[in-house]
Design a protein around this ligand. Structure first.
Ligand SMILES: Cc1cc2nc3c(=O)[nH]c(=O)nc-3n(C[C@H](O)[C@H](O)[C@H](O)COP(=O)(O)OP(=O)(O)OC[C@H]3O[C@@H](n4cnc5c(N)ncnc54)[C@H](O)[C@@H]3O)c2cc1C
Length: 442
């Protein structure tokens, strides 16, 4: 059973950490783990020690130059409402807004765009408490800054951030059901639509694409809110088409299953007609509603398959996606939900998935017993894909460090901020992070 601690302010938190620092020989019960809404699908927020809740860190303040100071415990939805009141916007966000700002930034939560990075990419400065109870404010231009975002609560407990916002904007978005071969060049075009998100139904060989651009006005004839990508009709279509692709997909229609699957694809193209949406940016980008509590209940009730989301460099994306497509068609084994596809802008930061170059996010929902899991981890490693830190790990955790060129610098700097390893949890240790006093580091 975890202990829980909800500090009232910085000083309380600092005193708590400093008291632990004086203690000799920390046990696993003394470990500290900052948590947000605890909705991540990876165990990054778990610990055997004390969970630190930032519920009292609720600053929301407008600064100059469209910048905003925000407390790490603020729920993203509340930040968006605050920004709406001030006519400001974040350039891009994920599809749900029930997580905390601290959780979103610490995991690299992102939307779909080659033009805008993740939420963490707009952080101008960050204030945190380190493992010895010292408060630091880091600016974007500080040399250590790239190690701090995202960093899964391993470099300290974030108290607040200064975010670079922009004037509020609206988006015109279109939904299209496209044949896979027509969709792929659109996904791989870095000059394509500014905002994009899609789901691929591989046994149908179609992709439902949502892409949009900024607009000056709202189109009153268009729908004011986008629906979620993984919605009931698409889940049913995906499931039915996979049943028909049992033992391999017959695209030529030489068998009755193949002919029926082709018929289903035809009906789907009639059913999922093109649609237009127009409205405030977050109504177009973040259609998923519900509090963290409701989302966690739904996840348990629906027994949602584990989801891993992986960024593959834009140069390798076509080869990876085509290899997956061939694997599914030949074996008749498919992921247990449609596959999410979104573009990712190049970012600067040691643990960013799309560091240094643009990438494509491939989101896979797969139960552990699905035979695909015997092949997928190796394929993901071969293409050097990097996982979303808040989603499941399909690659061996002990090998993931190979994918990050600055990993040892991160490890050294992390140990400087937290020499006793108070912020380490099992997830971090499996990734190969160890406290200073371990043999490996001495
Ligand atoms: C329904 C749903 C939809 C989603 N959609 C998207 C999406 O579209 N795009 C996307 O990229 N992701 C998406 N995610 C993933 C989600 O955004 C992240 O997992 C996010 O971290 C969850 O935030 P949280 O507040 O629950 O953080 P938690 O799960 O509680 O914590 C996440 C990590 O952040 C650390 N942390 C939390 N607070 C602090 C702090 N103050 N200081 C330092 N470290 C801290 C924790 O220690 C942990 O390592 C989705 C998740 C759900 C459940």
């Amino acid at each position: 059973m975890n202990q829980h601690y909800t500090p009232s302010n910085n000083e309380d938190l600092q005193a708590h950490i400093q008291k632990l620092t004086l203690k000799e020989g920390l046990s696993h019960l003394d470990l500290l783990r900052p948590v947000g809404s605890q909705t991540s699908k990876s165990p990054c927020f778990q610990s055997q020690g004390t969970l630190i809740h930032l519920d009292h860190f609720q600053t929301l303040k407008r600064l100059e130059n469209n910048q905003v100071e925000v407390g790490a415990g603020v729920i993203l939805k509340d930040l968006l409402s605050f920004l709406d009141q001030k006519d400001l916007a974040l350039p891009n966000i994920g599809e749900w807004h029930g997580q905390t700002v601290g959780g979103a930034i610490s995991t690299g939560t992102h939307g779909g765009s080659y033009f805008h990075g993740s939420v963490a990419s707009v952080v101008k400065s960050l204030t945190l408490v380190d493992g010895q109870g010292q408060v630091h404010t880091f600016q974007e231009e500080d040399p250590e800054f790239p190690h701090l975002l995202p960093s899964l609560g391993l470099t300290g407990i974030a108290l607040s951030y200064v975010l670079q916002c922009e004037p509020s904007f609206t988006i015109d978005l279109k939904r299209h059901l496209l044949k896979f071969d027509d969709y792929l060049p659109r996904l791989l075009n870095p000059q394509g639509a500014e905002f994009q998100a899609a789901i691929w139904l591989p046994a149908l060989d179609y992709v439902l694409d949502y892409s949009g651009e900024r607009s000056d006005t709202i189109d009153p004839h268009a729908l004011p809110q986008r629906e979620t990508r993984f919605n009931t009709p698409t889940l049913i279509l995906d499931w039915l088409s996979k049943k028909l692709a049992y033992a391999g997909r017959d695209f030529e229609g030489q068998t009755w299953r193949g002919r029926l699957a082709n018929r289903l694809a035809f009906w789907a193209s009639r059913l999922l007609k093109p649609r237009q949406y127009s409205g405030l940016y977050h109504h177009m980008i973040a259609p998923l509603n519900g509090s963290a509590e409701a989302i966690l209940k739904k996840r348990a009730r629906n027994r949602t398959p584990p989801e891993g989301e992986f960024a593959v460099s834009l140069t390798q994306a076509k080869a990876l996606i085509q290899e997956l497509r061939a694997l599914f068609a030949q074996t008749g084994y498919y992921p247990d939900r449609p596959i999410g596809l979104r573009p990712a802008a190049a970012e600067r930061g040691t643990l960013f998935a799309s560091q240094g170059q643009a990438a494509v996010w491939v989101s896979l929902f797969i139960y552990p017993e699905n035979p695909l899991m015997q092949k997928i981890p190796k394929i993901l490693m071969r293409y050097q894909t990097r996982q979303h830190w808040g989603k499941c790990s399909f690659q061996p955790l002990s090998e993931i460090h190979q994918l990050y060129p600055q990993w040892s610098e991160f490890k050294t700097y992390r140990n400087r901020l937290d020499p006793q390893g108070k912020f380490l949890n099992s997830f971090a240790q499996e990734l190969g992070l160890t406290p200073n006093q371990s043999k490996e580091d001495s």
